[in-house]
Design a protein around this ligand. Structure first.
Ligand SMILES: *Cc1c(COP(=O)(O)O)cnc(C)c1O
Length: 337
């Protein structure tokens, strides 16, 4: 066991560092001024994502938060609202940006562990056309949600409700590729029910920065305008876009390793803490222990260089198979007595 503090860090899949192939791609990337639309690498990345998700166009953004916000700005005007899960990233973890910066109100609804909102709740929350109400404009879903893929067929059911009631559909697909892998579907198939889809390059895919928003040409043109307004117009951004393009071309398949590691880790945790304390969800393992037990456990792990968040442990490409062995040994070495 190494003595480096926190040599294994499971707090998030944002903790990956660029691979050597990725760094070379960044070094060699042809660049231009992307505000003028002249960065060949950014353009290649956008075209690649549009094709991958089977949408007309795509737009590179500095973060997933901005990419989701651009989608809401593209769909909504001042006084409109979006329907969203009450534990969704776009409601809870983006600083209330849609309301703060866009005068777009969220209509939060109860969200199940698998990211679904009850169709009845959605239906009931859509406001009639009456000036007392905000205008319901877009339904926002998330895939995966805390690692759980949306059940197959669910997004299609929501989309048909949306179509019937005249609402657009946005997907926060920060980890869409994990869902596609787990469900043996193409990313395009999972993106199909949505007008706009945001994917993160800086999570398990391993790029240092960036997200991409995909959708119709008209929506992406609108999003591009708002990206400039928000200060997200970048210049020779091909330097970082190259990392994202490399991730999509060479590192998507590596997500399978993360899922396999998560399963291995879930098995070790189950052996020690029992079935009911552990839930496996693509590249995440949720551990449900009493707070004081968890604190002692986390301290035990910290002493041997393993850093964990609560309540989920997240596998990513910088966690290697040898780390898994160390993790399982550390878990076995902890007694709840
Ligand atoms: C990470 C994440 C985002 C985007 O976050 P940024 O840190 O702004 O890139 C959006 N949605 C979900 C579900 C995420 O996990």
């Amino acid at each position: 066991m190494t003595s480096t503090p926190f040599s294994i860090d499971l707090r998030s899949d944002t903790l990956t560092t660029p691979s050597s192939g990725m760094r070379r791609a960044m070094l060699d990337a042809p660049v231009g001024d992307d505000v003028y639309g002249e960065d060949p690498t950014v353009n290649a990345l956008q075209d690649y994502v549009a094709t991958l998700l089977d949408k007309e166009a795509a737009l590179y953004a500095p973060s997933g938060t901005q990419s989701n916000l651009l989608a809401l700005f593209a769909h909504c005007d001042r006084g409109d609202e979006y329907l969203v899960g009450d534990s969704a990233h776009t409601f809870r973890y983006e600083g209330g940006g849609a309301a703060v910066l866009g005068s777009i109100s969220p209509q939060p609804l109860p969200m199940a562990f698998d990211g679904t909102l009850a169709l009845d709740d959605l239906e009931a929350a859509i406001k009639p056309a009456d000036f007392h109400f905000a205008r319901s404009r877009v339904i926002c879903l998330e895939n995966t949600h805390a690692g759980e893929p949306l059940p197959l067929g669910y997004a299609e059911a929501v989309a048909s409700l949306g179509e019937r009631r005249g609402l657009a559909m946005h997907l926060d697909g920060a980890r869409l590729f994990n869902a596609a892998l787990a469900q043996n579907r193409t990313p395009a198939a999972l993106a199909a029910p949505f007008d706009t889809v945001s994917v993160c390059l800086s999570k398990g895919l391993g790029a240092p920065v960036g997200s991409v928003l995909a959708g119709s040409q008209a929506l992406i043109d609108e999003a591009k305008r708002w990206r400039k307004v928000l200060g997200g117009g970048m210049r020779q951004a091909g330097i970082i876009a190259a990392a994202g393009l490399y991730a999509l071309q060479h590192q998507i398949d590596d997500l399978a390793q993360d899922h396999q590691h998560a399963e291995q880790l879930a098995n070790c945790l189950t052996d020690n803490f029992g079935d009911s304390a552990v839930r496996l969800a693509t590249n995440m393992v949720h551990l449900n222990l009493p707070e004081d037990t968890y604190a002692v456990f986390a301290e035990h792990l910290g002493e041997i260089g393993i850093r964990v968040g609560r309540p989920r442990w997240v596998l990513h490409r910088d966690i290697r198979s040898t780390d898994l062995e160390a993790l399982c040994r550390a878990i076995q070495g902890f007694s709840t007595d």
